[in-house]
Design a binder for this molecule. Structure first.
Ligand code: URA
Length: 248
């Protein structure tokens, strides 16, 4: 049966068989009779596996300035969120500020404008900061854990946070603020490695080589008016710490 099939193919003009993988005929020609011809088969090599977090670490640590860091983020190709976003949202505010605020991720308005905290939550944040004489046009620097908007504003995934953490860490190093403010659970997760904002808020922690204050996210405050009382207490605590360290 197999022979009949072969004869039929020869009759049709087949004079060569083709395997799943290409064969290196030059190598084949050098083989002694009786040697297995397998060595001449060119099998595809597995693609080099890169660890996106390693790439992020190397890229971020090599950035000597904020502009270089922004550029490095812009050319980082391992985060799928980039494909769905309109803009890279890097930061806003004063790069020499003593206070650096870290939010979660851009929403629709931020994605459209390429600036963090410009929507409703951002307007509330500006009012909160204004109440203790802070503002992004004067003495505050603002960024997010993720620079690209997640689809439908879904929560950032742990892999996305892990990829962006080296960039965030370098961002903090370059700005070198006296204090960090973490807005909500995602930034607590990224910076402190823990969640539970209701417990964490209002208590100073140490991370990235400086004091860190976790606070309720302004978007949470928009939905939970009664939590504004705690947010106000945390703002006063922040102001007190700033005044204290100014005097030292
Ligand atoms: N929420 C955030 O955490 N960041 C923004 O930039 C906007 C909304």
């Amino acid at each position: 049966m197999a022979r009949a099939l072969l004869e039929w193919q020869v009759e049709l003009g087949v004079d060569e068989t083709i395997g799943d993988h290409p064969v290196d005929r030059y190598v084949l020609a050098t083989l002694k009779p009786g040697v297995a011809t397998d060595v001449a088969v060119l099998r595809p090599r597995p693609l080099a596996q890169v660890d996106p977090v390693d790439v992020a670490r190397q890229t971020a640590s090599a950035a000597p300035t904020l502009d270089a860091l922004r550029e490095a983020l812009g050319s980082y190709e391992h985060c799928e969120l980039k494909k769905g976003a309109k803009n890279l949202v890097f930061s806003d505010g004063i790069a020499t500020a003593r206070v650096m605020i870290i939010g979660e991720a851009p929403g629709r308005d931020e994605d459209r404008e390429g600036r963090p905290f410009v929507g409703r939550a951002g307007q509330l944040l500006d009012r909160m900061l204004g109440a203790i004489d802070l503002s992004r046009s004067k003495n505050v620097y603002i960024t997010n854990v993720l620079p690209w908007r997640p689809p439908q504003n879904r929560d950032p995934q742990p892999e996305e946070i892990a990829m962006m953490r080296p960039f965030l860490s370098r961002h903090v190093e370059l700005v070198n603020p006296d204090l960090l403010v973490l807005m909500g659970n995602i930034s607590c997760q990224a910076v402190l490695g823990k969640r539970g904002i209701t417990r964490l808020r209002g208590n100073w922690q140490e991370a990235m080589k400086r004091p860190v204050m976790p606070m309720f996210h302004p978007a949470y405050l928009l939905r939970n008016l009664s939590a504004k009382r705690e947010a106000w207490a945390d703002l006063l605590e922040l102001k007190a710490r700033l005044l204290l360290s100014e005097e030292l």
